[in-house]
Design a protein around this ligand. Structure first.
Ligand code: ADP
Ligand code: ZN
Length: 303
């Protein structure tokens, strides 16, 4: 069966929600979602998959999860969740949970790595040799693809937890349980909830909070451009999706911070480099699907 015909399951485990998707090629046929909750959600997901398998036998599973994740197949902790503060998830054997229940090839990577690959295959990063996908949602994360392969090393990039230069006058102490005012601690979901006097979804677009969020993110994107030199940097996730005003501000402020040090990266060029996901809200689910396709076709997608 070719890559485009096979039925593939993609599991996206996010900071707030978990989504199971059944797809053929990039066409989504079925989807079910759960609040992330505790790791017991894995049982709900595998029960749903067992039902799907009866009438839609799938050939592989791709898991795209929040991290930190252990992804070195040579190590005994492969496929396990690392030291997340999310209740009940630290150390959880995500890969093993599904591998012990489903006799199909399974791939696991970070949610942002999956989304980066999907954007490279089908979305905004097509044709780019070096490209990245960042999520700004409950958490902040980054997946980097170089020549079709995701960057892993000692672990995988955890670029949302770097500290960026603070904005003058911003006294917020940060909401990251590990680092306080790292970038995720400034602009991730819990940080926005703490900084906003009303539910964050009710904050008007002209509130000064969004100036701070754009400025913090511009410090980060400038650093990413200088350190990784991506041809495309896709910014997705719930915060970016629901606040379209942020993207052009981040591109413009990145241009100001770079100050033409890279001479062809002016404001207009940065608006073409820093972009919204071509796949929209499907970047995450299709990232998991693409990881499943890679598991089903290891000869095509050497990893
Ligand atoms: P996940 O982190 O589970 O992958 P998302 O990427 O969709 O999920 O991000 C969810 C986050 O998006 C929430 O924690 C919240 O901070 C943010 N969000 C949702 N709606 C809005 C909104 N209208 N304005 C700003 N932020 C929002
Ligand atoms: Zn942190």
């Amino acid at each position: 069966m070719s890559t485009s015909e096979a039925l593939i399951v993609g599991l996206e485990l996010g900071g707030t929600k978990c989504i199971a998707t059944l797809a053929q090629g990039r066409t989504i046929l079925r989807q079910q979602r759960w609040p992330t909750g505790t790791a017991d959600t894995l049982y709900a997901m595998s029960e749903a998959l067992a039902l799907w398998q009866e009438d839609a036998p799938f050939t592989a599973i791709g898991i795209a999860s929040f991290g930190p994740l252990h992804l070195d197949r040579r190590k005994p902790n492969f496929g396990r969740m690392g030291n997340t503060p999310k209740p009940g998830w630290a150390g959880c054997d995500i890969y093993g949970h599904f591998a012990s229940r489903f006799a199909v090839p399974i791939a696991i990577d970070t949610d942002v790595a999956g989304a980066a690959l999907a954007e490279g295959m089908w979305g905004a990063s097509q044709g780019c040799a070096v490209h990245a996908y960042a999520t700004v949602g409950t958490g902040v994360g980054l997946g980097l693809v170089v020549n079709g392969q995701v960057l892993h090393g000692h672990l995988h990039p955890e670029a949302g937890h770097v500290r960026v230069r603070r904005q003058p006058g911003d006294m917020f102490k940060g909401a990251c349980p590990s680092h306080g005012d790292c970038l995720e601690g400034l602009v991730g979901g819990p940080a926005l909830a703490a900084r906003s006097p009303v539910p964050v979804a009710d904050m008007p677009d002209d509130d000064p909070l969004w100036d701070r969020v754009a400025a913090d993110l511009a410090e980060w994107t400038t650093m990413l451009i200088l350190t990784l030199s991506p041809e495309r940097l896709v910014l997705g996730g719930g915060v970016m999706q629901s606040r379209p005003l942020l993207l052009p501000r981040i591109a413009r402020q990145s241009a100001a911070l770079l100050n033409l040090y890279i001479d062809d990266l002016d404001s207009a060029a940065l608006e073409r480099l820093i972009v919204a996901p071509g796949l929209g809200a499907d970047a995450g689910p299709l990232g998991a699907i693409h990881l499943g396709q890679r598991a089903a076709n290891p000869d095509i997608f050497v990893s």
